[in-house]
Design a protein around this ligand. Structure first.
Ligand SMILES: O=C(O)[C@H](CS(=O)(=O)O)OP(=O)(O)O
Ligand SMILES: [Mg+2]
Length: 231
């Protein structure tokens, strides 16, 4: 597989296949939202758009990163979201890096949103679709966030060879600036378990596919056949 790793600002043309990586915390949170029963996640362009969507659909759950704010129902924390029943709900998510990265590749023919908790399912979907050229979007810190780059490199390796060991990639993510900032209370809207939850390898068996639906970028879980199913 031909893999390239780009920051959001380096995306000059729409890739064919994009894997948008945000370990801490947008796409760990998104996976937890699906685990808690959410039907879909609308990725909002701005806080104003998130609030406008919420106003139009009062039953939707509006989620932002940083501290909570009027009009929003939840923050971008897996540790907090794992206790929320989202059965059948639509979540609207707006964050600094992850959602921006996904919206930057909305013209791609296949967009996967990923983190360590869905790494194997993401790699397996890339294999199943026989994707031989994949652009990994490293969303954090202008493409230099090591938790995102490590996860992207791990998924790329797993997509090419099933035997890759995750330990060194998880160690890099655990030593990243984002992990330190979350642990030290620099970031807001944080639960003490957030870093550990973001480093849980393959916590969930699904990948996450984003696609345009009526001009909104919508993220949905995607079941991936397990190895035992012959994939
Ligand atoms: O929620 C996060 O961890 C970050 C935003 S900040 O760095 O905490 O302000 O957003 P994300 O888009 O999930 O990287
Ligand atoms: Mg991030």
């Amino acid at each position: 597989m031909n893999a390239r790793f780009l920051g959001i600002a380096e995306l000059v043309e729409a890739p064919s296949v994009a894997v948008v990586v945000d370990v801490m915390r947008a796409f760990t949170v998104a996976a937890w939202a699906f685990a808690q029963g959410a039907e879909k996640i609308v990725l909002a362009e701005s806080l104003d758009e998130a609030l406008a969507l919420k106003a139009r659909h009062p039953d939707w759950v509006a989620l932002k990163d940083g501290p909570s704010a009027p009009g929003f129902d939840a923050v971008n924390s897996p540790g907090l979201l794992r206790f929320v029943d989202l059965g059948g709900r639509t979540v609207v998510q707006k964050t600094t890096a992850g959602t921006v990265g996904a919206l930057a590749v909305k013209e791609a023919s296949l967009v996967l949103c990923a983190s360590f908790v869905v790494a194997e399912a993401t790699a397996r979907l890339l294999r199943a679709r026989e994707c031989d050229s994949v652009t990994f979007v490293v969303t954090g810190e202008d493409g230099r966030a090591d938790e995102d780059l490590a996860c992207a490199q791990y998924i790329a390796r797993r997509a090419a060879e099933a035997g890759t060991d995750a330990a060194q990639f998880l160690r890099r993510a655990g030593e990243s600036r984002a992990a330190s900032e979350l642990a030290e209370g620099v970031r807001q809207g944080v639960h003490p378990d957030d870093v550990a939850l973001c480093l849980e390898l393959d916590r969930f068996p699904f990948a996450m596919v984003a696609a345009l639906e009526d001009s909104l970028m919508v993220l949905r879980p995607c079941a991936v056949p397990s190895l035992n199913d012959g994939a």
